[in-house]
Design a protein around this ligand. Structure first.
Ligand code: 13P
Length: 252
């Protein structure tokens, strides 16, 4: 199974901070485990310098968002074909912050997934329950609905091009992490949902964990057999922390 560690920078860094972080990661990459796909997702203005900066390394560049249309009169938006033309190879979609602050629905997220696949970009599809949904024991139901609504219309060949990230909303940026057992339990559930589209799909799609994943808990989280790496927020802003998490994925 592929192992992937992706860093979501969210709305952080400026040009010089982005340049420094990319240069440090590229310089360190030769000493890193070769079996881990490393992706960085900087904000839009830094994508061009990121694509340029990672040239010659194995690091890939992702965007954090895209519009669902290929082009048009949508002031301020960025389309998937534009990202592809810049050398961006992956894109986050369905992140809980997009759902919460920008009103993104599963229907819209499904359209974005389709737009990304049509542009040849890997969708990193984020799902995960809120605290009250877990407390009410509805976490499997919520994740199942998110998976079905956003990915249900894809055929197996398209699904195999997707990366899934399970990010329990209550664990994002809070310092609260799912226990390794809670993460593995949900990842196994997601693997089962993928398996309903065929063994090829279940075996091809990495399922990443996200939510306060740090150097000191990464190894334990990644030890779960269905945890295939991580989608890292805060700790991806610091080269040493991000590299340490990548090493933990390599050892898992
Ligand atoms: P934190 O690692 O800061 O909790 O963020 C996780 C996340 O939202 C990654 O997309």
């Amino acid at each position: 199974m592929r192992k992937v560690v992706a860093g979501n920078w969210k709305m952080h860094k400026d040009r010089s901070g982005a340049t420094d972080l990319i240069a440090t990661l590229v310089a360190a990459k030769s000493g890193l485990p070769s079996g881990v796909e490393v992706i960085i997702a900087p904000p839009f203005p830094f994508l061009a310098l990121a694509v340029e900066g990672v040239k010659g390394s194995a690091i890939a560049v992702a965007a954090q968002n895209c519009h669902q249309a290929a082009q048009g009169a949508y002031t301020g938006e960025v389309s998937a074909p534009m990202l592809a033309s810049m050398g961006v190879s992956a894109c986050l979609v369905g992140h809980s912050e997009r759902r919460e602050y920008f009103g993104e629905t599963d229907l819209l997220v499904a359209q974005k997934v389709k737009a990304l696949l049509e542009a040849g970009i890997t969708p990193i599809y984020c799902c995960g329950e809120k605290q009250e949904e877990r407390t009410a024991g509805r976490h499997f139901e919520v994740v199942s609905a998110q998976m079905k609504d956003a990915l249900g219309a894809l055929d197996p060949e398209q699904l195999m091009k997707v990366v899934v990230a399970y990010e329990p909303v209550w664990a994002i940026g809070t310092g609260l992490t799912a226990t390794a057992a809670e993460a593995q339990e949900m990842h196994a559930f997601i693997r089962g949902l993928l398996r309903s589209h065929g063994n090829d799909v279940a075996n091809a799609v990495p399922v990443l964990y996200g939510g306060s994943c740090k150097p000191d808990n990464a190894a334990e989280l990644f030890a779960g057999p269905d945890v295939n790496g991580g989608l890292i927020g805060g700790a991806a802003l610091d080269a040493d922390q991000f590299l340490s998490i990548i090493r933990a994925a390599g050892d898992s």
